[in-house]
Design a protein around this ligand. Structure first.
Ligand SMILES: Nc1nc2c(c(=O)[nH]1)N[C@H]1C(S)=C(S)[C@@H](COP(=O)(O)OP(=O)(O)OC[C@H]3O[C@@H](n4cnc5c(=O)[nH]c(N)nc54)[C@H](O)[C@@H]3O)O[C@H]1N2
Ligand SMILES: Nc1nc2c(c(=O)[nH]1)N[C@H]1C(S)=C(S)[C@@H](COP(=O)(O)OP(=O)(O)OC[C@H]3O[C@@H](n4cnc5c(=O)[nH]c(N)nc54)[C@H](O)[C@@H]3O)O[C@H]1N2
Ligand SMILES: [Mo]
Length: 765
């Protein structure tokens, strides 16, 4: 297939403006308005009765797991409604009645479609037929399932080396699909298994692994209820994990305190009106954050260091601020940490944080005599050059306070995609796990490769440099999610074949390899029927609990196929019947996959039985205070450097964040109700004094540029919105500003792109 195609497609989409409207930001999250908004959206997409029936099954014991975030379900879900506004939107988006038939692609070329916005692309509805885009063509055309599987197999067979194929996974796939996918890549002979967590919580995984011996959090949902202090750093639960607010509400009602550490005062952290209680509809709701620390972007390390220095002083006076018995018994590196803290000047640290000393002192007083402390975090900590160190610094605080491995205390990295943690647990990873490889050999009967594969950044580079020929994606929207959109687009276009297993249309279906396939699949909320019987699959939530999920809706069309079946068919087309993995049968009977997961994936056992009802927790060494896998068998204090950005005089530090109307690259709507922005996404939030200083007025139009390694990148046409954000900091929405994130700048060790600390300039138009 060397017929070179230069399709005239746009990786940027439309950069036009609509009629933007700006209002005051809303301080309280959820409540009546949240429910109304959720239902409005879902009713429109799905119809009223279908919506109500489906919402009542979401996150219930015999129902399906919400396709939105990974927040866990309570032991006893509310029988009326165990969902949130954004879960309802995610459902409406997946179960929409809009559909894309083959006639659609006859009418619309990929070139024309690529000029639309991501919002417009998503609105076309569900993909329902397998489609192929042939070399030289700009129109997808229908293809039979078998022809699609055979095409993939024959292209894979042409490769000189299995490492010329890359297999990406987004975190919505079930454990069963992810397991088959990971094992297919290994059976083929490659560990090229990048996944969305490389752009997400990889820094958390690395930091937690290094310090506590497991790349996952240690708290359970119930731990939050009676914590004395919960720190929420770099996370916006009101929008991204709304059901977490119910847990925070319980904590507050039990006398706990909440501290928010964030450049922005995000609405759910100011006040929460719980729609499950009457006072959430008519009353004032629950005030959330007792202390808000408006830290400058990427200045968490100086902030935590300053807090630690102040705690050290108090501990020297009373000897009971730190848990010395815990430190002695379970940790390594205490003296080095305390000595290192002496190297920093408190005034300098304070200046770097941008926070008032009064607020920091309040925080120190609050923390001094408490030990049931939980730190929750998300992308505000992970997506920086020092993402791993950010998290390790917060872990230092927990270790000093003995707030690890006890009830109501510990680490809580709040995961993104609803099954991103499960996908990793069952083998989606580019690095080598020797023990898992041994189990694969023993139980699956083939020898997996022992050479590390590529992660997301590695995949982008491999494609750009022409070292990858086939790029397959199990869900997601790689082009828009990855950094440096132009670089990524060129890489993808270098491939001979790109394959998307997807539910909805996105830009990665339009910017493709020479040949491209769309393989439409069923979503979380839909029934997966085989021989008249409905099948279920399993997922793992943010807190390590494995449970079943079973959709209840009729699938979007009878021409779509489940993810495990698609992968099994690809496996069969490539390996045939004569392979130790019985691909065809695995795709038919998921219990067989679950048996293999039990044999191969660490901690899984009797999943078939134990995943029923509330499911079961995977083992977690931190909960057992077992650090035997770490140096000296102890949890590790760490010494983390201060961040240095060396901003030029006209440079700002910009973070790319989510609006209230999106799920990652899926844009549900154009409003960000909590931040008061309506009908627009091309906006940049800026401090009013910074605007005055350079003569910018509200809604002036600017281009944003970033300069790294002498290369200037530009995002065109953004309207300036004055906002309560610390001076020198800016915020814009992802994915529109991903064009500015350089492909070769990422977190040390985790390689997570620096999406939250991009040095930029503004150019007035
Ligand atoms: N509705 C909805 N739900 C989602 C998603 C979605 O897009 N929509 N995405 C899912 C996914 S995959 C993920 S990973 C999560 C993401 O969940 P979040 O991490 O909450 O998402 P972001 O919008 O990236 O917000 C990051 C927060 O960190 C703050 N921040 C940025 N830089 C810094 C910093 O240097 N220090 C501190 N302390 N704070 C900082 C920002 O102001 C912002 O409030 O949500 C998941 N849930
Ligand atoms: N600048 C910047 N970039 C970022 C981030 C940021 O904060 N700033 N966040 C990063 C983070 S945290 C993440 S997790 C990544 C997200 O990266 P991805 O996971 O790649 O992106 P999504 O937008 O979640 O993928 C959406 C697509 O998934 C498909 N899909 C939805 N449901 C299903 C399903 O059930 N099965 C299948 N097969 N397909 C499905 C649909 O076709 C939909 O268009 O983006 C990262 N990129
Ligand atoms: Mo994520």
């Amino acid at each position: 297939m060397d017929n070179k195609t230069e399709r005239n497609v746009s990786f940027r989409g439309s950069e036009e403006f609509l009629d933007i409207e700006i209002k005051e930001p809303v301080t309280h999250a959820a409540g009546y308005l949240g429910v109304r908004e959720a239902l409005k959206h879902t009713f429109k997409e799905m119809g009223v009765l279908r919506s109500m029936r489906t919402l009542l099954s979401m996150n219930q014991k015999d129902g399906f797991d919400c396709p939105s975030c990974a927040w866990p379900d309570p032991e006893h879900p509310s029988p009326v409604a165990e969902y949130c506004e954004n879960g309802a939107k995610a459902l409406g988006d997946e179960a929409t009645r809009e559909q894309i038939s083959s006639g659609f692609f006859q009418k619309n070329s990929v070139e024309d479609l690529s000029r639309l916005t991501d919002y417009e692309l998503n609105k076309f509805g569900r993909l329902i037929e397998p489609m192929v885009l042939k070399p030289g063509s700009v129109h997808y055309e229908p293809v039979s399932w078998q022809a699609a599987f055979d095409l993939i197999a024959s292209e894979l067979k042409k490769l000189d080396n299995p490492d010329e194929a890359i297999f990406y996974t987004s975190g919505r796939s079930s454990n069963e699909a992810a397991f088959l996918y990971g094992m297919f890549a290994r059976a083929l002979g490659t560990n090229n298994l990048p996944d969305c967590s490389n752009m997400c919580h990889e820094s958390s995984g690395v930091a937690l692994g290094e310090t506590l011996g497991i790349g996952k959090g240690s708290t359970t949902l119930e731990d939050l209820y009676e914590a004395e202090v919960i720190l929420i750093a770099g996370q916006n639960p009101g929008t991204n994990h709304p059901r977490m607010l119910s847990a925070l509400e319980k904590c507050k009602q039990n006398g706990g305190k909440v501290i928010s550490i964030n450049p922005l005062e995000e609405s759910g952290l100011v006040n929460f009106k719980n729609p499950q209680h009457l006072n959430g509809w008519i009353g004032g709701g629950e005030d959330m954050a007792d202390i808000h620390l408006p830290v400058n972007i990427n200045q968490d390390i100086p902030l935590v260091k300053l807090i630690l220095k102040k705690l050290v002083v108090l501990d020297q006076q009373s000897k009971d601020v730190f848990d010395h018995a815990f430190i002695e018994k379970y940790t390594d590196g205490y003296d080095a940490l305390i000595n290192d803290l002496k190297n920093y000047d408190s005034e300098d640290l304070l200046k770097q944080t941008g926070v008032s000393e009064e607020r920091i002192n309040e925080t120190v007083v609050l923390l001094a005599n408490k030990s049931k402390i939980i730190v929750c975090w998300a992308m505000g900590l992970t997506q920086h050059k020092n993402g791993v160190e950010n998290i390790r610094e917060y872990i230092n605080l927990l270790l000093l306070k003995g707030a690890i491995g006890k009830p109501n205390a510990g680490t809580c990295p709040v995961r993104g995609h609803s099954n991103v943690q499960g996908d990793r647990s069952v083998g989606i990873q580019h690095f080598i796990d020797k023990e898992m490889n041994e189990r694969i050999k023993k139980h699956l009967g083939f020898t997996p490769p022992d050479q590390e594969g590529v992660d997301v950044v590695g995949s982008m580079k491999a494609m750009y440099e022409g070292n990858a020929k086939i790029f397959m994606c199990l869900g997601g929207n790689f082009l828009m999610a990855a950094s440096d959109t132009e670089y990524t687009a060129k890489g993808i276009q270098n491939c001979d074949l790109t394959v998307q297993i997807s539910t909805k249309l996105n830009r990665t279906h339009l910017i493709t390899g020479k040949t491209a396939l769309i393989l439409p699949t069923i979503g979380r909320s839909e029934k997966d029927i085989k021989d008249g019987k409905a099948r279920h699959f399993t997922v793992e939530n943010s807190m390590g609990r494995v449970k079943r999920s079973k959709g209840i809706l009729k699938p979007a069309a009878d021409t779509i196929m489940s993810e495990p079946e698609i992968i099994a068919n690809i496996g069969h087309a490539y390996f045939g019947d004569d392979h130790p993995m019985k691909w065809k049968t695995l795709g038919e009977d998921y219990d067989l996959i679950r048996t293999q997961i039990d044999q191969v994936a660490k901690g899984f056992s009797k999943t078939k039985e134990r995943s029923k009802g509330a499911g079961y927790y995977l083992p977690n060494n931190v909960r057992e205070l077992d650090f035997s896998m770490l140096p000296n068998g102890k949890a590790q204090f760490s010494i983390n450097r201060l961040p240095h950005h060396d901003l030029e005089k006209d440079e700002y530090m910009m973070m790319t964040i989510r609006s209230h109307d999106q799920f990652n690259t899926t844009i549900y709507g154009l409003d960000d109700r909590y931040r008061g922005v309506y009908n627009a996404r091309r906006v940049i939030f800026m401090n009013i004094n910074d605007m005055k200083a350079i003569g910018l007025n509200k809604l002036d139009v600017v281009d944003i540029t970033s300069t790294y390694d002498d290369k200037v990148r530009t995002a065109h046409n953004f309207k300036v919105v004055p906002y309560n954000i610390p001076s020198g900091n800016l915020a814009s929405y992802f994915p529109e500003t991903n064009v500015l994130v350089p492909y070769n700048h990422f977190a040390e060790r985790s390689k997570t792109p620096i999406s939250k600390s991009i040095k930029v300039r503004l150019v007035k138009k």
